[in-house]
Design a protein around this ligand. Structure first.
Ligand code: HEC
Length: 113
C-alpha cells in the first residue's frame, strides 16, 4: 500500500502521542466517516469559534468575517485551516488541541468536506 501524504501525517501524529488503538486503526476515509454533524461542528465550536464566529462577543483579534460557523465556511477555508492548525500548529492561539483531535481534523478536511 502506498501512503499518501495525509496518511503519513496521520501516522506521525499517531506515533507521537498517546492515541488509542482505535485512533491508529482509523486511517482511511472509508474507516471513519467524520461529518460536520457527527464531529466537525463540535470541533470548531470547541476550538475555534470563541474567536472565529459571527456570534462571538470578543474575537480576540481574529480577522473580520473569518468565521467557522458553517460547513461552507470551513470548506472555503480548508487549506488555511489545515496549514495553521495541523501543519504549523499556530491555531488555535495558544494551542491545546490534543494530537488525536488534530489527526481527526486532518481526516475531516480530507474526507468530510
Ligand atoms: C483565541 C482566539 C482564536 C482562536 C481560539 C482561534 N483563532 Fe484563528 N486567528 C485568531 C487571530 C487573532 C488571527 C489573526 C492573527 C494570525 O493570523 O495569527 C487568526 C487567524 C487565523 C487564520 C489565518 C487566516 C489568514 O488569512 O491567514 C486561520 C486559518 C485560523 N485563524 C484558523 C483557526 C482555526 C481552524 C481555529 C481552531 C482550530 C482557530 N483559528 C482558533 C484567533 C483565534
Amino acid at each position: 500500500m502506498s501512503a499518501s501524504p495525509r496518511l503519513v501525517l496521520t501516522a506521525l501524529f499517531a506515533a507521537g502521542c498517546t492515541t488509542t488503538a482505535e485512533d491508529s486503526a482509523v486511517d482511511t476515509c472509508a474507516d471513519a466517516p467524520l461529518t460536520w454533524e457527527s464531529w466537525g461542528a463540535g470541533f470548531f465550536t470547541s476550538y475555534c469559534r470563541t474567536c472565529h464566529s459571527a456570534a462571538s462577543p470578543e474575537r480576540y483579534g481574529a480577522p473580520p468575517a473569518l468565521d467557522y460557523d458553517t460547513l461552507a465556511q470551513v470548506r472555503a477555508g480548508a487549506e488555511a485551516i489545515r496549514r495553521r492548525t495541523v501543519v504549523d500548529q499556530t491555531m488555535p492561539v495558544g494551542g491545546g488541541v490534543p494530537e488525536a483531535e488534530l489527526a481527526r481534523l486532518d481526516r475531516f478536511l480530507e474526507c468530510g468536506l
